[in-house]
Write a new protein. Structure first.
Length: 326
C-alpha cells in the first residue's frame, strides 16, 4: 500500500487547466515529434488530445506546441519553450508534493512501513546480484558519458551508489576509466566481447552471474544515476514473492529499467543479440513480467546527450533527487 497524489493547475473558476494528462502528452510530443503520434502512443483519440492542448493553452495564455515543417516525416509538432518551462516547473512542484506526502504517510502508517521493511529483509535471503551495464558506445553523447562529471562524481559512480549496500555487484565495463572506478570501490568488473552492443554487456554479466550462483540478477544501465535505493529494494521484495517472474521499474504505466531477471532466464539472455538487451526475452509469451512503480519519473532517465546530463544535474541541485548513495 502506498499513497497516490495527483496535482492539477486550475483557473479562477476552479476548472482544471493542466495536470498529469497534458503533462504526459507534452512529454510524448517531444518524444514522437507530433501530437497525433503522441495521442496514439497514449491510446487517446487525436481530437481529445487536441482539446487538452487547446484547453491548457487557453488557461495558461500561451502556446504549448509549434509546428515543425518538412523532414522525413513530412512535419509535425514540438513543445514550445514556454511548454518546456511549464513542464519543468510542474514536475518539480509535483515531486515536492509527492515527497511531502510520502513523509506524512510514513509517519501516519508506521506499522505498514515496518511490515514493508520486514519484507525487504526477507527478500535479501535469496542470492540476488546487480549487474551495471557500462560498456556502451555513447554515440549520441560524443564522449564517454559514464565518466562525465555529475555534481563532482562520474556518472557511473553515482549509479553504483544507487545500489543498496550488501548486494553482490558486477559491472560490464568497456573502458579502463570505468575499470578504475570499479577498482576504487572494490567492485568486480568484466569486459564484454564483440562490438560492445547492449547484448554484449548483458551476456558478459549473465555469464558472471551464473558463475556466482546468483538466483536472479538486476540489470541496471550505467547511465541512470537517479535511481532510488528504495525502488530497487521494492523490486527485490516483489521478486522474492514471485521468484520465476521478471520485475521491471516503470513510471505511470510506462515500463523502463532496471529489470530483474530470474536465473531460469539466464540461458535465454545468453542468446540475445544486437543493441536491444533483454527486450526480446521480456516479450516472450511464456515470460511473466511484473512492474514496480518508481517513486519519481527521473529514476528512469538515462543520459544520451549533454542536455540530458544537465537535466539530471538540475534535479539533484533542486534537492528532489539525491543521486549517488541514497
Amino acid at each position: 500500500m502506498r499513497p497516490s497524489v495527483k496535482t492539477y493547475l486550475v483557473d479562477d473558476e476552479g476548472e482544471r487547466v493542466f495536470g498529469p494528462g497534458p503533462a504526459e502528452l507534452l512529454r510524448r510530443i517531444r518524444e514522437y515529434g507530433s501530437l497525433r503520434a503522441a495521442a496514439i502512443s497514449m491510446g487517446m483519440a487525436y481530437t481529445k488530445a487536441l482539446a487538452l492542448v487547446h484547453k491548457a493553452e487557453s488557461g495558461l495564455g500561451s502556446p504549448l506546441t509549434t509546428r515543425v515543417i518538412g523532414g522525413s516525416g513530412g512535419g509535425g509538432s514540438t513543445p514550445t519553450p514556454e511548454a518546456d518551462e511549464l513542464l519543468a516547473c510542474y514536475e518539480r512542484w509535483t515531486a515536492a508534493c509527492e515527497m511531502a506526502t510520502d513523509a506524512q504517510y510514513a509517519s501516519a502508517f508506521a506499522p505498514g512501513v515496518a511490515a514493508s521493511t520486514h519484507a525487504a529483509q526477507d527478500a535479501s535471503a535469496r542470492l540476488v546480484g546487480v549487474a551495471v551495464l557500462g560498456a556502451g558506445h555513447a554515440r549520441r553523447f560524443g564522449a564517454n558519458k559514464l565518466v562525465e562529471p555529475l555534481m563532482g562524481e562520474p556518472v557511473i559512480e553515482r549509479t553504483l551508489g544507487c545500489v543498496p549496500p550488501g548486494l553482490p555487484m558486477v559491472v560490464a565495463s568497456g573502458t579502463p576509466e570505468v575499470d578504475a572506478i570499479c577498482d576504487k570501490r572494490g567492485i568486480e568488473h568484466v569486459r564484454p566481447s564483440g562490438e560492445l552492443e547492449q547484448s554484449d554487456s548483458m551476456r558478459a554479466a549473465v555469464a558472471y552471474a551464473k558463475s556466482q550462483g546468483w538466483e536472479a540478477c538486476v540489470f541496471v544501465p550505467g547511465d541512470q544515476p537517479l535511481i532510488e535505493q528504495g525502488s530497487l529494494r521494492t523490486m527485490l521484495t516483489v521478486s522474492a514473492a514471485n521468484p520465476d517472474a521478471c520485475v521491471r521499474l516503470g513510471w505511470r504505466g510506462r515500463p523502463g529499467s532496471p529489470v530483474l531477471f530470474p536465473a531460469n532466464l539466464f540461458e535465454a539472455l545468453l542468446g540475445v543479440e544486437g543493441d536491444t538487451g533483454g527486450s526480446s526475452v521480456l516479450g516472450a509469451d511464456d515470460v511473466r513480467v511484473l512492474s514496480v512503480e518508481a517513486s519519481w519519473p527521473w529514476e528512469l532517465w538515462d543520459i544520451d546527450t549533454p542536455d540530458e546530463l544537465g537535466r539530471c544535474r538540475e534535479i539533484i541541485e533542486s534537492g528532489l533527487a539525491r543521486g549517488g548513495s541514497n
